[in-house]
Write a protein that binds this ligand. Structure first.
Ligand SMILES: [Zn+2]
Length: 126
């Protein structure tokens, strides 16, 4: 129960009575929880997630619920790779930024070398 008498988002989605001590209630609010839980139920199954949360220490459950929700959303978008596709995209971005950084360093190094060369040539001319 969420405290206001309305079922939590998970129980609302599952169309069941939300009992006191519902394992989902602290992590799936009545308003938006049902939408998040729909993805979780489709990917992992409500029973499996219930067991998983119940076996975790209470202090870790919130982070686990957020992580499971994130992975479920990612699995719906990309059934093969899930959140790994996000990791690949971020790794690709890091590599591109690093290459840009290296190119910039090399460009600046070359520019300084050319300026020094021009300065020396001008210095020798006058
Ligand atoms: Zn509930």
């Amino acid at each position: 129960m969420t405290g206001s008498g309305s079922p939590c988002g998970a129980c609302k989605f599952l169309r069941r009575k939300c009992v006191k001590g519902c394992v989902f209630a602290p992590y799936f609010c009545h308003e938006q929880g049902a939408t998040h839980f729909a993805a979780i139920h489709k990917v992992f199954g409500a029973s499996n997630v219930s067991k998983l949360l119940a076996h975790l220490p209470v202090s870790d459950r919130c982070e686990a619920a957020v992580t499971i929700s994130y992975e479920a959303q990612a699995r719906l978008q990309d059934p093969i790779y899930g959140c790994v596709s996000h990791i690949f995209a971020l790794q690709h971005q890091v590599i591109n930024l690093y290459l840009l950084y290296l190119f910039s360093c090399k460009f600046i190094e070359t520019l300084i070398y050319l300026l020094l060369l021009v300065y020396l040539m001008v210095g020798f001319c006058f």
